[in-house]
Design a binder for this molecule. Structure first.
Ligand code: ADP
Length: 505
């Protein structure tokens, strides 16, 4: 295939790890060599459907086909046979819910995507109920339609005969990791890992097991749930017809936990932030179960061994999407990349603050009724100020998450490792370091999600010896140290907070 992509060709007997990175808009496959270097990557997109306002669906069969097409194209382009692959790691969009027929493998409904709000009413009633504090205590999660439990309940209540069939063990539930593994093994393995299971709202975060009280609350029969297996470990082998030989499936992690592993954050105190459409910040807490006083989420990290490991997670809904908005709606820039040069053309934001609360505010505010605003406009405000304020909003929102995390963890962050599409913006990264008062470090390989899944599979198969070896692969491409005086930093952050207060419902 001559499309400008470069493939490094190796002797076909050399082993590689294959990473299957199934995201919200595309399925990607990547190959890594023994030094942890990516030698090729392929991506195949698939559709999202919005049948009603707030509803988001995908076709699970299409996800499977896209994933297989990307993997087969990758292996063909890289001229790698299945016998040269030591193991497969899988990472996936989290929370997205698939229910299928155990006998035929056919999904009984469209997959309900993590963004889908169809169960919001049920969840707000649940959040107001007597059971709410116990649910949050057990799961580490804030009650919300985002997580899988209410989505499974919806399918069982709306698909004809589904509840009875699920109780009889005729229907199976899985997040996308489980769905891919079930298909890769031709129905031989029905399993997930703790990092995915901790996002269903059905797993007890401390024990790592499905919880009977939670199953009762969400009305989910135990018979349809996958086995929870370690994130790093051989769970089964691919059926030979998929790649021409059996390959061990040896790593599983939800996308954000995979990114944490891909940033080599394997121990307490290390953290990463992914700057994409939204931001996802995770702080590893080691073997300590996190309890948030700031409405952040407690979640399982993808452990490289059999121990239970945890992270605190916070997310910002609109981050890079604010840059898309100034590009597509305001037409202030023609590309996201142009935002950097335009923002650099002025010395500061000129007193302009942009709170992009387009869909309410996420952690730590959790205010679904808040709406966006731009403050501080004067006659001399120009498009550069608006664009700069949009970029700065990403850093300020991250500061709010990091402050909450530090408070929960009881200690300051050492440094923040960054990835995602907007992490290439140097002005944003320097401003982030300044506004946090902490160093920001950007690695050479920013495809951390696929890399993390590869690490988990490589460790399980002995492809890599131990975590220390994997950690040695992580290389900083650039480090941004804080340069702003503390007084200026806190003054700016105070002005941001005043703008946020004005946009609250
Ligand atoms: P996702 O995985 O959420 O689709 P990506 O990690 O691909 O997101 O990042 C895309 C986002 O990053 C977009 O919202 C885009 O506006 C933003 N982005 C891309 N390049 C830049 C840049 N140079 N400066 C600021 N934002 C950028």
């Amino acid at each position: 295939m001559d499309d400008g992509r470069t493939y490094v060709h190796y002797n076909s007997t050399m082993p590689f790890i294959l990473s299957l990175d199934e995201g919200t808009t595309s399925a990607r496959s990547a190959l890594y060599d023994e030094r942890g270097c990516r030698v090729g990557m392929e991506s195949v997109g698939f559709d999202c459907r919005y049948p009603q306002p707030g509803w988001v669906e995908q076709d699970a069969r299409e996800i499977w086909r896209a994933q297989m097409e990307s993997a087969r194209t990758l292996l063909a382009c890289a001229k790698i046979g299945a016998s040269a692959i030591a193991g497969i790691g899988i990472t996936n969009q989290r929370e997205t819910t698939v229910v299928w027929d155990r006998a035929t493998g056919e999904p009984v409904s469209p997959a309900i995507v993590w963004q889908c709000r169809r169960t919001a009413d049920f969840c707000s009633d649940l959040a107001a109920s007597r059971e709410a504090p116990e649910i949050t205590r057990k799961t580490g999660l804030v009650i919300d339609a985002y997580f899988s439990g209410s989505k499974i309940r919806w399918i069982l209540n709306h698909v004809s005969d589904a509840r009875r069939r699920a109780q009889n063990g005729e229907l199976l539930f899985g997040n996308v990791d489980t769905w891919l593994i079930w298909n890769l093994t031709k129905g031989g393995v029905h399993a997930t890992d703790p990092s995915n299971a901790s996002r269903t709202m059905l797993m007890n975060l401390a024990t790592g097991e499905w919880d009977d009280d939670l199953l009762r609350i969400f009305d989910v029969p135990r018979a349809m749930l996958p086995r929870i297996v370690p994130s790093s470990g051989v769970v089964g082998e691919t059926a030979p017809e998929h790649f021409g030989a059996r390959i061990p499936i040896a790593g599983i992690a939800g996308d954000q936990q995979a990114a944490l592993a891909g940033q080599a954050c394997f121990c307490a105190g290390l953290s990463k932030n992914t700057y994409g459409t939204g931001c996802f910040a995770l702080l590893h807490t080691g073997r300590r179960l996190p309890v948030s006083n700031n409405r952040l989420l407690g979640t399982r990290a993808a452990s490289p061994d059999d121990t239970a490991q945890y992270a605190i997670e916070g997310s910002v809904f609109i981050a890079g999407a604010a840059i898309q908005w100034v590009r597509d709606e305001l037409k202030a820039v023609t590309s996201a990349a142009e935002s950097e040069a335009l923002a650099t053309s002025i010395p500061d934001n000129g007193g302009v603050y942009f709170v992009p609360a387009f869909v309410g505010l996420g952690a730590p505010h959790w205010d679904p009724a808040a709406r966006g605003l731009i403050t501080g406009l004067t006659r001399s405000t120009g498009r550069a100020h608006i664009v700069r304020a949009a970029l700065e909003s990403i850093a300020y929102q991250t500061r709010e998450l990091v402050d909450a995390m530090q408070d929960d963890a009881g200690e300051p962050l050492r440094e923040l490792r960054v990835d995602g599409g907007a992490a290439v913006n140097n002005l944003l990264m320097q401003f982030q370091a300044d506004i946090l008062g902490r160093p920001i470090v950007r690695p050479v390989d920013v495809e951390t999600t696929a890399l993390g899944a590869a690490y988990l599979a490589g460790l399980a198969t002995g492809f890599w010896k131990n975590v220390e070896e994997v950690e040695s692969f992580w290389r900083a491409e650039r480090r941004f140290d804080p340069q702003m005086p503390a007084g200026v930093r806190e003054c700016l952050f105070g002005e941001w907070k005043a703008a946020v207060a004005r946009c609250r419902a």
